[in-house]
Design a protein. Structure first.
Length: 198
């Protein structure tokens, strides 16, 4: 039986009506409706107990959530936010931790969202405006890349032209100390035909 074309509640009602008539065995009906036998028995039991209302899809939300944040803690989060209306979840988490209340940042944020205390403009990070120089070699950006996966405490040094976004160098100095960085930069400057003081 194709489940995608018919409402689930309607399928359940058809199943329990067919099962109540007793024309086919429950095993055959379960195969026809493509459900397990325990599910078929459960639907039939609920139908006999509560009628059609017992077969309707029920909420799968748990009856209780033992790890849910207590109302007292939520109220404390709200009090702190009212005292400091410009503070977000991260800063509030620090204050809570000082009071011995350990909550993840996302939990604090969700509490603020539920209470309508997060402004619309604060729900998303602002896009960083891209900037660039008017001509090549006016400004070079230098940075060390992330060490993850490189097997070293510091990743490679990158030098980027701020106009063309051309990578002048990407070189493994594997340290942030001045001398290896200067050596790599000076060599690359000579190769590029530029004159700059190191």
């Amino acid at each position: 039986m194709a489940w995608g074309t018919v409402n689930v509640d309607e399928q359940r009602m058809r199943f329990v009506v067919s099962a109540s008539r007793g024309e086919n065995s429950l095993r055959e009906l379960c195969e026809e409706f493509e459900i397990s036998r325990p599910t078929g028995y459960e639907w039939l039991r609920r139908y006999k107990a509560d009628g059609i209302a017992g077969v309707v899809e029920r909420s799968r939300r748990p009856w209780n959530s033992p790890r849910q944040t207590t109302g007292k803690i939520e109220e404390r989060v709200i009090e702190l936010r009212e005292q400091r209306p410009d503070w977000g979840a991260r800063k509030l988490q620090v204050l809570l931790r000082r009071e011995g209340i350990h909550l993840p940042v996302i939990t604090v944020h969700r509490i603020l969202l539920r209470r309508g205390l997060v402004r619309e403009q604060d729900r998303f990070r602002a896009a960083v405006e891209r900037f660039q120089r008017r001509a090549p070699n006016q400004l070079w950006q230098m940075d060390f890349k992330s060490p993850i996966g490189w097997g070293a405490p510091v990743g490679p040094l990158s030098v980027l032209d701020d106009h063309s976004r051309y990578a002048i160098t990407l070189r493994g100095t594997w340290t942030t100390r001045e001398e290896p960085v200067k050596q790599g930069r000076s060599k690359r400057l000579r190769d590029a035909g530029c004159r700059m003081k190191c």
